[in-house]
Structures are given as C-alpha cells and as structure tokens.
Ligand binder design. Sequence first.
Ligand SMILES: Nc1ncnc2c1ncn2[C@@H]1O[C@H](COP(=O)(O)OP(=O)(O)OP(=O)(O)O)[C@@H](O)[C@H]1O
Length: 298
Amino acid sequence: MAAIEIDGLTKRYGDLAAVSDLSLAIESGEVFGYLGPNGAGKTTTIRTLLGLQSPTAGTVSVLGRDMAVESQRLDALERIGYLPSNPRFDEQATGREVLDLHESVKGGERRAELLDLFTPPVEREVREYSTGNVQKLGLVQAFMHDPDVVVMDEPTAGLDPLLQERFNEFVRDERERGTTMLFSSHVLSEVRRVCDRVGVLREGELVTVEDVRDLLDRSGKHVRVRVAGDPPAGAFDVAGVSDVSRWRDGDETAFSFTFAGDVNALVDAFDAYDLRELDVEEAPLEDVFLTFYGDTDA
Ligand SMILES: Nc1ncnc2c1ncn2[C@@H]1O[C@H](COP(=O)(O)OP(=O)(O)OP(=O)(O)O)[C@@H](O)[C@H]1O
C-alpha cells in the first residue's frame, strides 16, 4: 500500500488552478522530492494533501486513511509529521514550551535526540529566533513524535550550509528507519543527495516523476580533461560525447564536454594521449530540469 496516494487532485482559487488533476503515489519508506519553481503549486499540494484546505476535486489518502473524512484524517495526523514553509509558533512562548505543547498532543519520544541534532535555543522566546532557529525548532517538532510519514515544505530554507548537510544526513538516516518523506524544494541540487524519486511540478501540473538515478544517468557527466600537445577537436569524439569545448593552455590542450555513453569507450579514447588532469562530475540537475522548466527562473 502506498503511504501517500493522491488521485485526481485539483485545487482552484477562483479562476486559478493552483494544482490540476494531480495523481501520485508515494510508497512506504520512500523519500520523494517535490520540485517546482515559485508559484508552481507545491505548498497548495502539501496543504491540501494534509487536509488543511479542502480540494476542489480529487482524493488523498495517507497511510490508508481518507483525508477528507475527519475521523480518518485525525487518525492519520497522529502518525504524520509536518514542517510548513515559514513555520509559525507562539511568539511569546519559549522553544521548550512550544515543544511541550506539541509533546502533550502528539508525543515526544525522540525530542532529546532531535534537540541534540538541530539545537534550537529552546530557553529563548520564539520572537527572538532567527529564521534558521525557527526552522530548527520546526524540524524537531515535525519528527519528535516518531511519525511514519513526514511532509516538509522547503525544509532547508533558512538553514546554513552546515545545517543543510546535517539535515541531508538526517534524512538519509530516517530513510534507513523506514520513514516515508515528501519534501518540496526548488533547490534542485539538494534533492539528488537524499531523494529516491522526484516529481516536477510546473504551473500546477505534474510534468514528470522520475527516479533520481535515471535522471542523473540521462543527464550524463561533465568531463574536463587536460592533455599534453595539441590533439584535434575530435580527439574524444566517442558515442555519448556532446557540448565539446576545447582550448589551448600553454603546451597543453584542455577539453570539456558532457558524456552519457559507455565509459570504456571514453577510457580507450584517453589512452591515445598523455593526460595531465582529468575531472569527472555529475552534470547539474539544473541542466536536466531546464527541459521541464523551459526558460523560467527555476
Ligand atoms: N490562498 C490563495 N488564494 C489565491 N491564490 C493562491 C492562494 N495560495 C496560493 N495561491 C496561488 O496558487 C499558485 C500556487 O501557489 P503555491 O504557494 O502552491 O506555489 P509553490 O510552488 O508552493 O510556490 P513557492 O515555491 O513560492 O512557495 C500561485 O499562483 C499562488 O499565487
């Protein structure tokens, strides 16, 4: 059984269809990245799927509970963690009081462990918190009752790079525990590190759902190689090479290209030259997603 099942979900605001006829199943234990540029409909999907606003059409079930039926929804929510975008807490309360309240409603068996990890300043009042500290408190409350499903809306917004990396590691560990996670992002490079699959949303429509691995395989590698002498422009012209640039660098020649072919063929081509430097890295997901986003700013 899928942990989250969305079927024909549409949410309209007046004339605007923020989400149109969206169907998606997220398997138990899966980490799913929900990608789209600003205004694509990510938050609308998330809020509607949690029953925080009612759909115009379609159904959502989480952990087998129909989220349109209040008793089933409440039952499901006990086992769901939620980190909204720009989480808001009682400004007058301390972080500790916020978490105490959450614990009294949903439980808090993992509170201490999560506080060690994300370290929000719990003795201070929330109104003194920086954006990053609010986000840290939000992460603790989202996971502290040990939910089976966690839905996060732009969870790394406001976190510094060190904390983003800590969050990534945490998500990988959570995945090992079998927690199902859906999180939205418009930072494409972050999803590759932690997600199994990604869904790409554009103007309220799901353009594609893909395995991250397939996406990366299809996008190929960026190769930079520097060799002695002056080989011709077609020196590494094997199947799968594209976007070749070549420039002279003293008595050496540098090439850069994208490669999505058989790596053995490329190694054979290298064999004919005296390599001085070789650099191979994943092509940025941004390149891949341009196909879906066209010329938007995503
Ligand atoms: N309450 C509302 N009333 C009217 N329009 C809304 C409302 N909430 C969202 N919208 C519109 O619906 C569309 C989708 O918005 P949504 O917030 O879901 O996008 P998003 O992908 O989460 O964007 P972002 O990355 O900027 O958070 C946008 O055009 C937005 O202006």
